[in-house]
Design a protein around this ligand. Sequence first.
Ligand code: GTA
Length: 327
Amino acid sequence: MADPAAKRGPGGAVGDELAQKVKKAKTDDEKDGGEAESDNVLFGFKTCSVLSDSSREKNIFIHGKLADQDAVVIMEKTPIREDVLAEIFSDSSLKLEMRNDIYSTYRLQAPSHLNEIKTTVVCPATEKHVKKYQRQESFLVEETGKDYQSITLPYIQEQCFSVQWVYNILEKKAEAERIIYEDQDPKVGFVLLPDFKWDQKQIDDLYLIAIVHQRDIRSVRDLTSEHIALLQNIFQKGKDAILQRYNLPASQLRVYLHYQPSYYHLHVHFTKLSYQAPGCGVERAHLLADVIQNLQSDSDYYKNRTLYFPLRKDDGLLSKFKEAGRL
Ligand code: GTA
C-alpha cells in the first residue's frame, strides 16, 4: 500500500493555513514534475461553435478543430485566493472606470501568473464528447431493473466513452505524480487523486475521485453485498487521506457516485460539501453512505430498484427509452 500523501503534508489549521497547505502540496507536486511547462497545443485552434457558456460560472465550452481533428476546449476563470491578495493589491495596475460619491469601479490588471484560465482540452473529441458539453434540455428517465437489462446495458456495452484514461491512471501511465493515496489490493483497492476539474489551488472547490482497481464494475447497478468491503474501504481510507493531506474532516465532504456516470468503471466522487460541483444534485448523485446501507439491507437493491436520472435531449440512451415506449 503506497501513500505518497504521508510523506508530504504535516497537519495544519483552518483558514490561511489551509491555503498555505494547498500551496505547499502544489509546490511539492511541481517538484515531482506534476506541473510541467507545455507547448501551446492550442496554437492554430479553430473555433466551430460555442457549445455552452456561463457568465455566472465564468466558463465556456468550445467545439473546434486542432490540426483537422475535432476538439473540445473548456476554459474556466479560477477563484481569487486569499493567499494572493497582498500580491494583487501591491503588483497590479488599476484603471478607474467611474467614481460617484463613495463608490468607484476599476479595471484591475493582475500580474499574469495570477490571471490564469484553467483550460481542459479533449482531442480528438468524439461526437459524444461534443454532445456531452452542449447545453441542452434534459429529461428525467425512470429506469427499472428490467429496463437496465433490456435498454441501458446493451446501449452502454456499445456506446460508452472509452475508459482508457482510467486504465492509464491505474497502471501509472498517466497522472502518477498526482496520486494522493493508493490501496493496491486487487479486490478492495483503489487510487485516490484530484479530479481534472480541480486545479488544487484552493480547498473551496476540492474535488477528488477514487477509482477502483477492479475492472468489471460498471456502475451502482453492478453492486451487490459482495462489494460492501470495497465501498467501506474507499469511504474510510479516502476520508482519512483527505484529512491528512488537506486537513478537511469527513463532515466537510460530499462522497457520492453518479448514476448514470459518463465513464463506466466504478469511481467515487469526493467534493467539498460547500462546493456545488456539476452533477451533485439529487437526480444524479448517490451518497456512498446510502449505497453501503442499501446493500447491507438488500444485496440486490441496485439490481431491482427503479433509479431516476436526467438525460440530455440528443443522448442516444434517451432515444432507446423512447423507442421502448418508456418515455
Ligand atoms: N483526474 O483524465 C482524467 C479525467 N477524465 C477524462 C474525467 N475525469 C478525470 N479525472 C482525472 N483525469 O468528475 C473526471 C471527471 C468526472 C469523473 C467522471 O472523472 O471530471 P462521471 O463518470 O460521473 O462523469 O465522473 P461526469 O460527472 O458526467 O463527467 P464530467 O466530465 O464531470 O461532466 C459533468 C458536467 O461537468 C459536464 O456536463 C460539464 O457541464 C461539467 N464539466 C465537465 N468538465 C468540466 C471542466 N473541466 N470544467 C468545468 N465544468 C466541467
